[in-house]
Design a protein around this ligand. Structure first.
Ligand SMILES: C[S@@+](CC[C@H](N)C(=O)[O-])C[C@H]1O[C@@H](n2cnc3c(N)ncnc32)[C@H](O)[C@@H]1O
Length: 273
């Protein structure tokens, strides 16, 4: 595992991205022209809300439907710096950041893990998975190289029949979120959130109330019944300790397949309306 990394606050584009993908980092949404006191909720005429409903409750927590498995959801889009609204806007949660205190700690067989020093209410924004945004081909190359030890998270979003993959590698550049370990019964869920530009931010929200001192975990990918090939394919034994543990880290089961999302990358799949 890789302990030294450059600490960054936001994702950075990598040269492996196409010109069009690089341009997305600088192409800002028009934003709403609401006044500084606007709430930008579903009850006013905010132009941002005409595209997507407000994803948050008044206390800033994500609406429950966004954490339901297998639901088709509208994308989460927040107001950003091109918008006229300011402090009262209810659509600025990731944009405001988090005041939670997170800490890396030794997590036995899992290496380093991440825990919270404060209680976290269910559906609160916890942190962003930041790193280098790399091309699918570069993700395939890197995950082949590091196999049992990857920091790449691939979000797959489906917009009807179109699929968009966003690959974020926190190996060399990242934040404390890079220490999130896998659990088959995780307390965090990953949700792509957009503000300012169309490149999604991979954001982690609490699936339930989390106590101070608890390890923060996420599900790295798909779960399949063990086909007996785990040992032959050198899959890493999962040490999550949950009662429904699948036995092996899910993202490593098809390391020797051809497609990028089966090459050891952590995968989340989201269907968007
Ligand atoms: C994104 S890193 C997480 C941080 C890592 N533990 C570290 O020390 O840097 C992913 C790697 O952590 C380890 N890991 C994560 N969850 C695990 C689990 N449930 N059981 C065993 N190892 C795990 C695996 O080596 C995996 O490739």
């Amino acid at each position: 595992m890789e302990l030294s990394y450059e600490d960054i606050k936001e994702c950075v584009p990598h040269d492996s991205l196409s010109r069009a993908a690089l341009d997305e980092f600088d192409s800002y949404f028009a934003g709403c022209d609401c006044g500084p006191l606007a709430l930008c909720d579903d009850c006013n005429d905010c132009s941002c809300r005409k595209h997507t409903p407000l994803a948050y409750e008044a206390d800033g927590r994500l609406r429950a439907e966004y954490l339901q498995p297998s639901t088709v959801l509208p994308p989460v889009m927040e107001c950003g710096w091109t918008c006229g609204c300011k402090g009262r806007c209810l659509s600025r949660v990731v944009g405001r950041g988090s005041s939670l205190q997170l800490q890396a700690f030794p997590a036995a067989q899992k290496g380093i893990g991440l825990r919270t020093l404060l209680p976290i209410p269910s559906r609160s924004f916890v942190c962003q998975y930041v790193g280098e945004v790399i091309s699918v081909e570069e993700a395939a190359r890197r995950s082949e190289k590091h196999r049992n030890d990857t920091y790449i998270f691939t979000a797959q979003e489906y917009f009807g029949n179109a699929r968009r993959k966003t690959c974020v590698d926190a190996r060399k550049k990242g934040s404390l979120a890079r220490f999130l370990n896998h659990s088959c019964d995780p307390n965090l869920a990953i949700v792509p959130v957009r503000l300012d530009v169309s490149v999604p931010r991979l954001c982690l929200f609490a699936k339930r109330d989390i106590m101070a001192g608890e390890e923060l975990t996420v599900d790295y990918g798909r779960h399949e019944v063990d086909d007996g090939l785990s040992a032959a394919f050198s899959r890493k034994v999962c040490a999550c300790g949950s009662s429904n543990c699948g036995g092996f880290l899910p993202f490593e089961e098809t390391l020797f397949d051809d497609s990028i999302d089966e090459k050891g990358s952590l995968v989340c799949t989201i269907e968007i309306q």
